[in-house]
Write a protein that binds this ligand. Structure first.
Ligand code: SAJ
Length: 412
């Protein structure tokens, strides 16, 4: 069997993982269904913005350690990093199933299959069973824990967008094997590039641990967001309240914002709710608190706009969080679009990480993408939605005479 590692799915997790392995001298085949992504990578280019990724990809491709393809080959290990979204209130595992079906014909005795995608409890065992259906000639660990031909494990990604290339190496990893032997086998692969500690457990515990990490953050952000509503109601400054409360040695409250976005924190807690609906009222409530926050922000802007005849509204930031170009599941984008749909006023949008407004709702509202200085100069109302570093540098004097709605507390 070749010593090649295949990484399936060349997105925000798969490509950095492929580059990290390749940079340690592993021969990596990256497989993706998107020909455009495959072509870019083979030219040594990264298809999305992430600090240090482009240089890692171009180096790995130039060294001949990383190549991309839309088709599979036999490999000693397969790492699945495909999306696991929520669809119609349920985890959608169709991409995991499709990846399993695609790699099954290429499995040989001794191969390792690792699921990195954030997944509901039980997914890795089900993956083993699905592979077994395709390959009755091989023994799989859900049926043969001690003498399987193929090892199957879960190693959830835990990297923070914006810091992926650092965290992919430095974070501790949790590896859950369908059997103990599977976990040991996966450890060998991850120790090639991981400097953090590698912790072994069973697959269901690893799956649940990952969901718990993101639910923990979601619940804590929801607490901060709820405090922002309480403080508005009491007409006090939530950031001052939190800052003072955090002076207590055992209190560490997160930052309120316009809502929770991205494809992880806003999604993963639902996997826990789906797995244990009766046991998760708190996690569900936190999701609802965070999901309601963008609507609250819209209503607040609408009420501030009422005193202007033809209000000009500057919306600062569309990304789902600071210093990234990722607009997926972004509360800031949702707020800007809703303001556009409601026709609240003339919209001036600032997002330093994009060069055009692709959103049909913003186009229909005739929103203009402008720089921050122009937006503030022309605006009656300035709504800060994302705490991008460049917004921190805005001169406070330029805000004089404007109605300022700073949802992140950046300009306090
Ligand atoms: N947010 C706040 N207030 C805060 C912190 C965050 O409103 O105090 C908002 C952000 O603006 C953003 C959302 O929450 O809209 C999520 O941002 P984030 O930075 O908390 O997390 P993600 O989604 O970029 O990455 C998370 C990370 N998980 C944890 O920190 C527990 C990362 O380590 C995971 O690998 C990633 O999810 C993932 O892929 O699951």
């Amino acid at each position: 069997m070749s010593d090649q590692v295949t990484v399936v799915g060349l997105g925000y997790i798969g490509l950095p993982t492929a580059a990290a392995l390749a940079s340690r001298g592993v021969n990596v085949l990256g497989v993706d269904v998107d020909q455009r992504i495959v072509d870019l990578i083979n030219k040594g280019e990264a298809p999305f913005v992430e600090p240090d990724l482009a240089v890692a990809v171009s180096g790995a491709v130039a060294m001949g350690r990383l190549r991309a393809s839309t088709t599979h080959e036999s490999s000693s290990a397969f790492v699945l990093a495909v999306p696991t979204p929520m669809r119609d209130g349920k985890p959608d595992l169709s991409y995991v199933d499709a990846a399993a079906d695609a790699i099954a014909p290429h499995l040989q005795s001794g191969a390792l299959v690792v699921l990195e995608s954030t997944s509901p409890p039980g997914t890795t065992r089900a993956l083993s069973a699905r592979l077994a259906l395709h390959r009755p000639d091989l023994r799989f660990p859900h049926d043969h824990p001690d003498d399987a031909d193929v090892a199957v494990a879960h190693c959830p990604e835990r990297v923070l967008p914006g810091r992926i290339m650092i965290e992919i190496v430095s974070n501790d990893r949790v590896i859950g094997g369908v059997s103990d032997r599977c976990a040991e086998r996966a450890r060998e692969l991850y120790e090639v590039f991981t400097q953090g500690e590698v912790h072994l457990t069973d697959a269901t515990t690893a799956e649940t641990t990952k969901l718990v990490e993101n639910a923990y953050r979601d619940v804590n952000i929801a607490f901060a967001n709820e405090l922002s509503l309480v403080s508005d109601h009491l007409e006090i400054d939530v950031h001052e309240v939190i800052g003072l409360a955090n002076r207590h040695p055992r209190v560490n409250i997160l930052n309120p914002g316009p809502g929770v976005g991205g494809h992880c924190i806003a999604v993963d807690p639902w996997f826990l709710v789906a797995a244990a609906p009766e046991q998760t009222p708190l996690i569900r409530a936190a999701r609802q608190v965070n999901d309601r926050k963008p609507h609250y922000v819209v209503e607040e802007v609408v009420s501030r706009a009422e005193r202007f005849k033809e209000p000009v509204i500057a919306v600062l930031g569309l990304a789902f969080k600071a210093n990234v170009d990722d607009l997926r599941e972004s509360p800031a984008l949702a707020i800007a679009e809703e303001l556009g749909r409601r026709g609240v006023g003339r919209l001036l949008v600032v997002e330093p990480h994009v060069d055009s407004l692709a959103s049909p709702a913003l186009q229909a509202a005739d929103a203009k993408l402008v720089d921050v200085t122009t937006a503030i100069a022309e605006a009656d109302i300035v709504v800060l939605l994302v705490d991008h570093e460049s917004f921190r540098r805005v001169r406070r004097t330029s805000l004089r005479g404007k109605v300022v709605f700073d949802t992140r507390g950046l300009w306090r």
